[in-house]
Write a protein that binds this ligand. Sequence first.
Ligand code: MCA
Ligand code: AMP
Length: 505
Amino acid sequence: MDDNLYTLLASRFPADRGRPLLLLEDGRELTYGEAEQTCSRFAALLAGLGLAPGERVAVQVEKSPEALLLYLACLRAGLVYLPLNSAYQAGEVGYFLENAEPGAVVAQPRSLPWLEPLAAARGIRHVFTLDEHGAGTLVDAARAGSTGFATVPRAADDLAAILYTSGTTGRSKGAMITHRNLASNAKVLHAYWGFRPDDVLVHMLPLFHVHGLFVAAHCVLMNGTAMRFHAKFDAARALADIRRSTVFMGVPTFYTRLLAEPGLDREACARMRLFVSGSAPLLAETHVQFEARTGHRILERYGMTETGMLTSNPLEGERRPGTVGFPLPGTSVRVVGDDGAALAAGEIGQIQVKGDNVLPGYWRMPEKNKEEFTADGYFRTGDVGSFSPDGYLSIVGRSKDLIITGGYNVYPKEVERAIDELPAVAESAVVGVPHPDFGEAVTAVVVPRAGQAAPTESEVIAWLRSRLANFKVPKRVFVVDELPRNTMGKVQKNVLRDRYGAGAG
Ligand code: MCA
Ligand code: AMP
């Protein structure tokens, strides 16, 4: 029995392989047949390098059709796909390469000057390029490869991907995602959201995180239908495509930006059947405004990199603003108190989850696995919430110190550490404050070192830009004499959020 996710997906491809998988911005189409062939060539190339099943392939590229096919090729070759946000800087990528020990790296050509030495220092022999147009040494090397690559069988518990998520300590953890995790979630979402033979999805999410790579793309592949595939989100283009499509998936920022488009109305959305939001809290106000303008009630769902999708508002029935709906079939979700006992509806506690979609653990971090799972096998999400009496889950906060900005996660500790490396800084605190576009804006509060000239806002920002992915760089930096602390000496981040909340928008 082959539990390779690719085998499942391929079993759902249309019998007529001349049907389109990708409808591209320039009017070109990529058919299922063409996708299969290119994917086969990539898989043959990787396997031909001598990479054994289970070895990691790190990929830091911009979105392109080839990037999607490279992911599928890794599945097909039994390799473990390790996607990295294209905004990550050398220091961030260096850690991932060190920790995951990939056998090959595929990178943006512009990264080669720093990436090649990093890879060489870690003994990674194979480095390929792939640019935003889908060209590069990867494609060149694969050109002559076989179009009949035989998919490598995998067991359900074999790894399909490793996705790094930052930790509250500032150290990233590799979430190990198995073929079972992905297949179970793909089947459930495809059914729960009622995919139809005539569906066309507008795909504007990045491909290096769960939402765009697994949730959106897997639904389309499971459906054997087409997606309108864009390099990135753009509200005007989204609106143009919504007029001729049926399903849209996005983070809340996509929806607030769509609402700013004067052309967003019922007529523009007449062909649409489903708008899905996730990755960050959707304001009830956005939900209500969207319905008033379009007649559509956005379906909000909740998930994590470590778990895939966990809960969803219903396709049929009430989609309740400010809630993330019901546990998905096969996923068990409970809200527990500090003593670990399950709480009654209406009570607020820690959200814990279990199911075939939940990761087996973090890559090479046995001690973390002990902390993050309960004795009876539930994963601690770090999210805080409560169930309504009729079973809708609401997320009311997080016990983890995390900022979600435009759907991307930023762990304050990582940014604070980078700021504290500045010689003129004594200490710093990073918080998320409300932001009309990104939901939360990363905001830094900095205490200068005694006797030194205080760093300016622009100096701190310039310093961070060279070290961290751009979305982690604070939108504002405030210099203060001291940080507010409680009697235990702990920085009162809530005080900072209140104090600087108004200044960051
Ligand atoms: C870009 N910038 C940001 C963000 N993105 N700042 C804060 N937060 C962001 N998310 C900054 C850049 O640093 C840059 O600043 C300026 O905005 C313009 O950059 P650009 O790339 O042009 O921005 P954009 O195209 O407008 O991007 C905004 C975006 C994008 C469309 C909201 O961030 C996006 O696609 N987000 C989706 C993230 C996502 O897929 N999350 C799912 C994770 P400067 O010019 O100063 O450098 S998966 C997940 O969370 C779980 C599993 C789940 O439940 O789905
Ligand atoms: P990530 O680790 O990037 O996958 O982010 C997962 C986190 O995003 C979750 O633990 C939640 O805190 C948050 N999240 C995802 N979807 C939602 C949602 N619909 N509402 C509120 N928070 C969400």
